[in-house]
Ligand binder design. Sequence first.
Ligand SMILES: [Zn+2]
Length: 173
Amino acid sequence: MKPATYITTSWDDGHSSDLRVAALLTKRTSRGTFYVPMSAETSTMTTAQIRELGSGFEIGAHTIHHDVLTKLANETAWREVAGSKSRLEDTTGQPCRMFCPPKGRYSRPHLAMIRRAGFVGLRTVELGSLDFPRRRAGLARQRFKRTPMASLHSPETQSRGSPCDAQTWTLTE
Ligand SMILES: [Zn+2]
């Protein structure tokens, strides 16, 4: 028997247009996970909007301030990882199980933090990747095939035809 095919979408950065996206997904009975920081370079949803979104869709953490983990001291990175989970759970009243590191940048100590904070999975992107899927230490790829990522890149990036994969991982020991 052919395995079931699942199609999921993910949306980053918590812009208020996410509510419009959610309405469109609902109309087409499609699912999505929204990775929402509490603040970012662009405007983000209010707590009431996050709560509304969380009533129908999974909300994953994306740090508190949309900070790139690899640019932070470990103590600050930990606050961003663990704090984003607790803030979202306080806001939505639901468990926050997935984490997405901003810009797809993280290192091994961040994986340990993400696991210690209680996340069960990691969603990330690999900019410029043309590699085949591979195992990584501490991560097991879910049985998803590579998925393309659509995003609003700068015209310069688009003209270079920069490939980008979105990947979902389950955290392992
Ligand atoms: Zn982001």
